[in-house]
Design a protein around this ligand. Structure first.
Ligand code: MN
Length: 319
């Protein structure tokens, strides 16, 4: 069975300073293990992919990258350099690695142009966005040119978690609940729901937003989101309910959620064509991810779709 992994991180040296705050408070031994792997795309990474049975990894910059850079021109040049560097890494191992673009959304028009360059010239599969950009979310009008281009290119955009601009009052000082444990789930689900509720997918029906982490809880919440949307709607509003957009526009990956019960929920809620594999390397153990993919309690035809067939279709990868 072929396995394609979609949320696989690397770190260009020139973006390391942006990355450091995202791992604050981590034990040094964990930090060292992760950082070493983020810089490697030639040896250890490929060995660990082999051991875990992962055939192809779609690489992306480990967050937040340039998205926290206040100087838009610097962010743009840093992003372009990261993409050129990634293209070089993919070129060394074209059968094992592919790329998602890194974009400076401080300049939405420039980000659209860079997305197009990455897809058309560098052969990338789309882009991965690390959460909000200087407090701006992807449903805002300023990003319409970006979504228009993504739709035109049929380029999926992976929304990866990152810090909110300021944390929530209830999470102040809660080191154990910050970041991936809980804060990023709330932040990323909120970001996606802003797009669902504020009309992004009404305006750009061809846009595809990929969410990791089994959909950041959204598959579990479809009924309630629809029910509460109806409570606040004018009677007779003809627009689809939130679940309609989530099922149509938001495919998900299983990154970092290697457990049968949430997978069963995501399959029931979104359908077998909307779920894809990811190992979230090097923040998760690829062996655990690969073993789950092979052993999950699903039919063999669904397994093949999640492991690679859905990604081949959505990312337009060579079969
Ligand atoms: Mn990740």
């Amino acid at each position: 069975m072929k396995i394609i992994a979609l949320e696989e991180h690397f770190l260009p040296q020139h973006l390391a300073d942006y990355w450091e705050p995202s791992v604050a408070g981590m034990p040094k031994v964990t930090y060292d293990r992760i950082k070493r792997r983020l810089f490697d795309c030639d040896t250890l990474r490929l060995e660990e992919m082999d051991a875990a049975g992962i055939d192809l990894a779609v690489l992306s910059v480990s967050g937040p990258g340039v998205q926290t850079e206040p100087d838009a021109a610097l962010a743009t040049s840093h992003a372009r350099r990261a993409n050129d560097e990634l293209a070089g890494k993919v070129a060394r191992h074209p059968k094992r690695l592919a790329g998602f673009a890194h974009l400076a959304l401080q300049d939405p028009q420039g980000a659209a142009d860079e997305l197009e360059r990455c897809v058309r010239e560098l052969g990338f599969c789309g882009a991965l966005i690390n959460g909000q950009t200087l407090g701006h979310y992807l449903d805002e009008e300023r990003f319409f040119p970006f979504w228009e281009r993504a739709q035109e290119l049929a380029a999926p955009i992976y929304l990866h978690p990152a810090d909110p601009e300021r944390t929530y009052a209830a999470l102040e000082g809660q080191r154990l609940l910050r970041r991936p444990t809980w804060e990023w789930t709330v932040e990323t689900a909120t970001h996606a729901l802003r797009m669902v509720f504020n009309g992004t997918f009404e305006r750009f029906p061809g846009a595809r937003l990929i969410l990791g982490h089994m959909g950041e809880t959204l598959p579990y919440l479809l009924w309630r989101l629809d029910s509460r949307a109806m409570l606040y709607r004018e009677p007779g509003d003809p627009r689809p309910l939130p679940s309609g957009y989530i099922k149509r526009n938001i495919p998900v990956t299983i990154s970092g959620v290697y457990s049968d019960e949430p997978l069963a929920c995501a399959l029931a809620a979104l359908g077998e064509d909307n779920i894809m594999f990811a190992a979230d390397y090097p923040f998760e153990d690829p062996q655990v991810a690969g073993d789950f993919m092979r052993a999950a309690r699903i039919s063999e035809s669904v397994r093949a779709k999640i492991a690679s067939q859905n990604a081949i279709r959505l990312l337009k990868l060579p079969a």
